[in-house]
Design a protein around this ligand. Structure first.
Ligand SMILES: CN1c2c(nc(N)[nH]c2=O)NC[C@@H]1CNc1ccc(C(=O)N[C@@H](CCC(=O)N[C@@H](CCC(=O)N[C@@H](CCC(=O)O)C(=O)O)C(=O)O)C(=O)O)cc1
Ligand code: HCS
Ligand code: ZN
Length: 762
C-alpha cells in the first residue's frame, strides 16, 4: 500500500477560531484555560478532518500558539534574556511576550523578537536569537502533550519537528561575533532527548523538516548535515526528512544519502528531480512524493500526478508515500464552506481538506485502479482540466493585445532621478527629514463592522461611503494635529491591501472563508487569479481626492504594486508569473495616471512582497528581478517628472536585491528596519543607493510605544549611513493592526524625534 500522509494542516481553524481566541485572550476576555480548550478542540477537529479525508499518518506538532519556529525556540530553551522568567519554565505568557513584545509600562518593556518571511511564502516566523554562550535545554512540553492527545483519540501520528540545520539557519547570532553553526553540537542532544521521549510515547515515525536543503548552501552547512544526521541516526524513531518549496538540485545526493529512513520531496515546485531521486535513493528508504500543491488552490491534475506515482510505485512498492508538496499551512481550510462561489469555479478548486482527499485518492488509485470512486475522480479531474483550457473567463484577447503593445519606453520615467527630484522639491516644499506614514491607520472593529453591514446590505452604499469618509476625516485631523508632513487617507475602505484592488479588477475571484495565517492571529484571504486581468474603472481616485480636499498638506495616493498583487494572490498555473505581473502592471498604471490627473502629487505603489518573490535559488534570481522590476517601472512610469513616486517594502533582506531596488527608480522607498536596529540600511549604504529612503523608526507589529529618544537614536544611526537630505521619517509599515491611542502616542514621539534631529543634524 502507498501510505498517504500530510506534512501539516492549517492551525487557524475553519472559522479562524484560533485567531479569535488569541485576540480575546490578549484583551483579557478569555483566560488561559479557555484558550487552551480552543486549541485542543481545533487539533482534534483537524486530525479528524484529515483522517476522514483518508490520510493514514497524521501530523502532530503543526499546531502552534503563534508560530512553529517560536514553539521550537521555547522547546530548545532559546529564550532571550529579556524574556526569561525569573524562575521555572517558560509559560504561554513568555511565548506571547517573545512574539509581541512587552509594553514599556511593564518591567521597563522589551521589544519583540524579529519577524521575517518563511522562505518565499507570506507566512512570517519569529527569528530565533542566539547568544554567544547559548545553552539549549528541553523547556516546553507541548509536542509530547499533543502526541498523547492525538493517540488518546486513536490516531496514528507522525510528530513534525523543524530539523536542527534549518532551525539554526533561520536564527540570528546576537551580541557577539560567532558562527551560529558552532551551536550545532550543543543543540543536537536536545533533539536526542526529544526522540527518546517520543519513542517512549510509542511514536514510530518522526518528520524532520529541512527545507533549507532546497537552498544554495555553503559547503560547511552541507558538511554539517552529514555530521548532524550521523549523530541523530543513533536516536530512536524512524525519521523522514521533509524538503519543500523547491528542488534539491546539488543537495540531492546529500539529502538522499543522509542516514535516515525516508525523504520527502516537492514534485510540484520541482518535478524535474523525480527521475534522478529514484536512481540515487538507497534501497531501504521511503520516498514521499509531494504531488498535490500545498501552496495554491487549484485542483490537482490527478492524471498527471498519477503518471509519476504509478512509475514510482512500480519501483518502490510500499516504500512510496503520497503527500501534498508542503505543509497545508499555506492553504485555506475547507472549500465546502464556500457557499457563494459559482459552481464552475468551485469545481476547479481544492483547499486543505480537499487536498487531503486528493492525496488519499491518489494513494488508493495505485492500489485499486479499477475502483469506481477512483474512476469517477479521474474522470472529473480530466473534465476540469479540459474546461479550464477552453474557458472564456480565462482567456481575454484584448488584455493579451495590450500586453503585446508594451514597448521599453513605457517602463521609463521621462527624466533621471536627479532631474526629477529637483522639480519635486520645488513642487512639494517639504522640510528636511519629512515625516509620513506608510498608508493604513487602525482598522477598528467599527470600520470592519460597517463593511460587514454594507456587504450584508444592512448599510446602503451612501451610508458606507459616509462612514468611511468620516474615518478619513478623523485620520486627516489626527495627522494635522500631530504635525506630519505628508498625509495619507488611512485606507479605512480597504479590507486588505491586495484583496481590495483584486475586487475591482476583472479576472479575479474571491472566497468568503479562504483565510490563511500570515502571522500570529493575523490572517489574509488571498484572491484567486482566474483569468487575464484588467481594470474596468478607477479604483481609488474618489477616496484620495476626498482626502486631499480636506487638507492643504500633500496627500499621498496609495496603491498596491503588481508584484505584491501577484505574490499575495493565488496565481494561475497556466501562464507564467511574469505575464500575470505585466497584466497587473498595466491595470495599476492606469490608476497611477488617473491619480495624477486628479491632482495627487505623491503616489505610493507598495511592493511589500518584492523580496519575497525572489526565487530561493540564485540561478533564477536575475530572470525574476528583471521582470519584477520591469513590472514596477511599467506601473510607475506614466506620470510627469514632478509627480513623486514612493514605494514601500517590509520584511526584507535587501542585500541580494539592492541593485534591482535601485533599478525600480522609485523617488522614495520606505522600508522596515526598526527591529533589526537599522542593520538593513547597510545594503543601501554599501551600494550608494541614489534615491530617497525612509527607514522605519518603530515596529508597528508590537503594541509597545517607543519613546522619542529611542526613535531619535535610530534616526542618528540611519543618518550615519544615508545623507540627511535623502532621509524620510516613518514607521516600519502600515498601522492597520494598531489601536488609535498607541498609534497617536507613537506618532507624537516620531514627529518629536524628527524635529529634534532637524535641529541637531542640520
Ligand atoms: C502587510 N501585510 C500583508 C500581507 N499580505 C496581505 N495580503 N496583506 C497585508 O496587509 N503580508 C505581509 C503583511 C502581513 N500583515 C498583516 C497585517 C494585518 C492583517 C490583518 O489584519 N488581517 C485581518 C483580516 C483583514 C480583512 O480582510 N478584514 C476584513 C474583515 C474580515 C473579518 O474579519 N470580518 C469579520 C467581521 C467583521 C468584524 O467584526 O471584525 C468576520 O468575517 O468574522 C475587512 O476589513 O473587511 C485579520 O483580522 O487577521 C493581515 C496581515
Ligand atoms: N500601505 C500599506 C502597506 C502595508 S505593507 C499599509 O499601510 O498597510
Ligand atoms: Zn509594509
Amino acid at each position: 500500500m502507498a501510505l498517504s500522509h500530510s506534512l501539516g494542516f492549517p492551525r487557524i481553524g475553519r472559522d479562524r477560531e484560533l485567531k479569535k481566541a488569541l485576540e480575546a485572550h490578549w484583551k483579557g476576555e478569555l483566560d488561559e484555560a479557555g484558550l487552551r480548550a480552543v486549541g485542543k478542540r481545533l487539533r482534534a477537529e483537524h486530525w479528524q478532518l484529515q483522517k476522514d479525508a483518508g490520510i493514514d499518518l497524521l501530523p502532530v506538532g503543526d499546531f502552534a500558539w503563534y508560530d512553529q519556529v517560536l514553539s521550537h525556540s521555547l522547546a530548545f530553551g532559546v529564550i532571550p534574556e529579556r524574556f526569561r522568567p525569573a524562575a521555572g519554565k517558560p509559560t504561554l505568557d513568555t511565548l506571547f511576550a517573545m512574539a509581541r513584545g512587552i509594553s514599556a509600562t511593564c518591567c521597563g518593556g522589551a521589544h519583540a523578537q524579529e519577524m521575517t518571511k518563511w522562505f518565499d511564502t507570506n507566512y512570517h516566523y519569529l527569528v530565533p536569537e542566539f547568544s554567544a554562550d547559548q545553552q539549549f535545554a528541553l523547556s516546553w512540553e507541548q509536542l509530547f502533550e499533543e502526541v498523547d492527545e492525538a493517540r488518546a483519540l486513536g490516531h496514528s501520528v507522525k510528530p513534525v519537528l523543524i530539523g536542527p540545520l534549518t532551525y539554526l539557519w533561520l536564527g540570528k547570532a546576537k551580541g557577539g561575533d560567532f558562527d551560529k553553526l558552532e551551536l550545532l553540537e550543543s543543540l543536537l542532544p536536545v533533539y536526542g532527548e526529544i526522540f527518546q521521549r517520543l519513542a517512549a510515547q510509542g511514536v514510530e515515525w518522526v518528520q524532520i523538516d529541512e527545507p533549507i536543503l532546497v537552498l544554495d548552501l555553503p559547503q560547511e552547512w552541507k558538511n554539517a548535515f552529514e555530521r548532524a544526521y550521523n549523530l541523530i541516526q543513533r536516536e530512536p524513531c524512524k525519521k523522514l526528512i521533509a524538503t519543500y518549496f523547491g528542488g534539491l538540485e546539488d543537495n540531492l545526493g546529500l539529502a538522499a544519502n543522509l542516514p535516515v529512513d525516508g525523504l520527502h520531496i516537492d514534485l510540484v515546485r520541482a518535478p524535474e528531480q523525480y527521475p534522478t531521486i529514484l536512481d540515487r535513493l538507497p534501497a531501504y528508504k521511503v520516498l514521499s512524493l509531494g504531488v498535490v500543491n500545498g501552496r495554491n488552490v487549484w485542483r490537482c491534475d490527478l492524471e498527471k500526478a498519477l503518471e509519476v506515482l504509478r512509475h514510482a510505485h512500480e519501483r518502490l512498492g510500499e516504500r512510496l508515500w503520497v503527500a501534498p508538496s508542503c505543509s497545508l499551512l499555506h492553504s485555506p481550510v475547507d472549500l465546502t464552506r464556500e457557499d457563494k462561489l459559482d459552481a464552475e469555479l468551485k469545481g476547479w478548486l481544492a483547499f486543505a481538506v480537499q487536498k487531503c482527499q486528493e492525496v488519499a485518492l491518489l494513494g488508493k488509485a495505485l492500489e485499486a485502479p479499477q475502483d469506481a470512486a477512483v474512476h469517477a475522480a479521474l474522470e472529473a479531474s480530466r473534465a476540469v482540466q479540459a474546461a479550464r483550457a477552453a474557458s472564456t473567463r480565462i482567456h481575454k484577447p484584448e488584455v493579451q493585445a495590450r500586453l503585446a503593445a508594451i514597448r521599453p519606453r513605457h517602463a521609463q520615467r521621462q527624466s533621471s532621478f536627479a532631474e526629477r527630484i529637483e522639480q519635486q522639491r520645488e513642487c512639494l516644499q517639504l522640510p528636511l527629514l519629512p515625516t509620513t506614514t506608510i498608508g493604513s491607520f487602525p482598522q477598528t472593529s467599527a470600520i470592519r463592522l460597517a463593511r460587514q453591514s454594507f456587504k450584508q446590505s444592512r448599510l446602503s452604499a451612501a451610508e458606507y461611503t459616509e462612514a468611511m469618509y468620516s474615518e478619513i476625516r478623523h485620520a486627516v485631523q489626527v495627522q494635522e494635529r500631530l504635525g506630519l508632513d505628508v498625509l495619507v487617507h488611512g485606507e479605512a475602505e480597504r479590507n486588505d491591501m491586495v484583496e481590495y484592488f483584486a475586487e475591482q479588477l476583472d479576472g479575479y475571484a474571491f472566497t468568503r472563508f479562504g483565510w490563511v495565517q500570515s502571522y500570529g492571529s493575523r490572517c489574509v484571504k488571498p484572491a484567486v487569479i482566474v483569468g487575464d486581468l484588467s481594470r474596468p474603472k478607477a479604483m481609488t481616485v474618489e477616496w484620495i481626492k476626498y482626502a486631499q480636499g480636506l487638507t492643504d498638506k500633500v496627500m499621498k495616493g496609495m496603491l498596491t504594486g503588481p508584484v505584491t498583487m501577484l505574490m499575495w494572490s493565488f496565481p494561475r498555473e497556466d501562464v507564467s508569473r511574469e505575464v500575470q505581473a505585466r497584466q497587473l502592471a498595466l491595470a495599476i498604471r492606469d490608476e497611477v495616471v488617473d491619480l495624477e490627473a486628479a491632482g495627487i502629487k505623491i503616489i505610493q505603489i507598495d511592493e511589500a512582497a518584492f523580496r519575497e518573490g525572489l526565487p530561493l535559488r540564485q540561478a533564477a534570481w536575475q530572470h525574476y528581478l528583471d521582470w519584477a522590476t520591469e513590472a514596477f517601472r511599467l506601473t510607475a512610469s506614466g506620470v510627469r517628472d514632478e509627480t513623486q513616486i514612493h514605494t514601500h517594502m517590509c520584511y526584507s533582506e535587501f542585500n541580494d536585491v539592492i541593485e534591482s531596488i535601485a533599478a525600480m527608480d522609485a523617488d522614495v522607498i520606505t522600508i522596515e528596519t526598526s527591529r533589526s536596529d537599522m542593520e538593513l540600511l547597510e545594503a543601501f549604504e554599501r551600494f550608494d543607493y541614489p534615491n530617497e529612503i525612509g527607514p522605519g523608526v518603530y515596529d508597528i507589529h508590537s503594541p509597545r510605544v517607543p519613546d522619542s529618544a529611542e526613535m531619535a537614536g535610530l534616526l542618528r544611526k540611519a543618518a550615519r549611513r544615508i545623507p540627511l537630505e535623502r532621509l524620510w521619517v516613518n514607521p516600519d509599515c502600515g498601522l492597520k493592526t494598531r489601536a488609535w491611542p498607541e498609534t497617536e502616542a507613537a506618532l507624537v514621539n516620531m514627529v518629536a524625534a524628527a524635529r529634534q534631529l532637524r535641529v541637531e543634524l542640520a
